[in-house]
Write a protein that binds this ligand. Sequence first.
Ligand SMILES: [Zn+2]
Length: 399
Amino acid sequence: MSHEAPANSSASNTLVIRNIGLLLSGDLDRPILDADTVVAVDGVIQSVGKEKDLDLSGPATTVDAKGTALAPGLIDSHVHPVCGDWTPRQNQLGWIESCLHGGVTTMVSAGEVHTPGRPKDIVGLKAMAIFAQRAFQAFRPGGVKIYAGAPVLEQGMVEDDFKELAAAGVKFLGEVGLGSVKDGSTGRRMVAWARKYGIQSTIHTGGPSIPGSSLIDKDMVLETDADVIGHVNGGHTALPDDQIKELCERSERALEIVHNGNERAGLLALRTAKELKQMHRVILGTDSPAGSGVQPLGILRMISMLSSLGEIPAEVAICFATGNTAKLRNLNCGMIAPGREASFVFLDTAQQSAGKNLLDSIQKGDLAGVGMVITDGAVSIQRSRNTPPATRVPEVVRR
Ligand SMILES: [Zn+2]
């Protein structure tokens, strides 16, 4: 596909990224592409290929990648936002913008559960979900896109509640099990109503996260049959190994591994998915903010942990946090391909890493250095203030 800019294009809406050293597609079926150039128009990827094959003549913002790796912006499949870029859990400001410096460009709310005085009556919980969906649609800290407005299931909800939420723009449920619905048959009925109206569901898995939450075991997870087995490695307290294996084997739903969970259980889930040849089910989240705080580098840490200790090629582990999540959560980001959102992270070997190159450094357990992040075709940040410094960083050469 060649680049053909529309007649009214200007430098402000065409983006050319050239001199890419390694193109990480985010697509598990083909994680590395033989391409060095990406063109985006109006925030959408238009072409991906070799510079010599593309028409780059029109005016454009041009980024020289300086031989670094380009990957889709990372997706955090499991966050708990509240309002604005503030979390009452640790009384911290700016946590979302800080995660942008860890390469995250998209977040999915698993429920605004830390909201002080969170309403638990049905009209109140619906109002809060619609408010959060609207507020975060209009507010993007640093450019991060947050899919929020994830209502927590409470007893007494009826089919019409889900119909109303869907019509109002709600796309995701909060973690099943964090509210008063704690039995599989009620969970299953409500999740099916949500699915009927196009709302995706996630279930809490494992022991209670904080005082007031409770155990969700494999029987409830299997019976409820939510779209995503949320933190299959616990958040933090994991289920026994045999129950985690059973969830991998008996369900076909997404297997979400989180930073704020049990690392050993996360590796068990990963190995089981690998043995089952179902690595397309593995997606990553931080489950932050939480009792253990916010981890701006949480997704990068998960990629390095799973790649190094789980013996997974780094380019595959990156797909867990990009294309896998996008496919399973129906998001138009997470892959470098025409028609997808132009949100990217530029990665390079961290300075002084023992790794021979970026992928080898991740496989050795080091974190990648972030040199630039682009959201919807616009440069959001240049060298990350949070990662270890990237050896090489891209540069905006022409605006
Ligand atoms: Zn949870």
